[in-house]
Write a protein of this length. Sequence first.
Length: 148
Amino acid sequence: MASETGKESSAGKIAARLHAVEVQTRSRVEFRDITGQIEHLIAESGIRDGLCAVFTPHTTAAILINENADPALHKDFDNFLRRLAPQGGDYAHNDGNCDAHLKSALIGPSKTLLIQNGRMILGTWQGVFLCEFDGPRRRAVRIKIVPD
Ligand code: ZN
């Protein structure tokens, strides 16, 4: 009988797994492409079809899916978010990083991706990014790969 929790595999079925990836960011604001690391974990898992949840357990970082072809776009994201939440603005949260909390809240700490034929379904120009808004820091990314 298959487990209700999904943690044990029944005969012939690959079990879901939770992975931990560490990312050392290098600047206060950074958009780090982690698509390759996720693709590697999916390939290793042997899972052909399912879901992949990508989550970062931080209040000043986020997970973004967007274009990974032109790095200049990161500067535009940074400028856009700075206009919405300038650093050093008049905030009630007074520890110097309120802008980073607001940017993190806008983009969100997690995304769910679809796996088909052993690969994430992504558009031609799409990649998955860890967004750093209060670096440099060591950031954790948790990735759960769940078969159908
Ligand atoms: Zn804070």
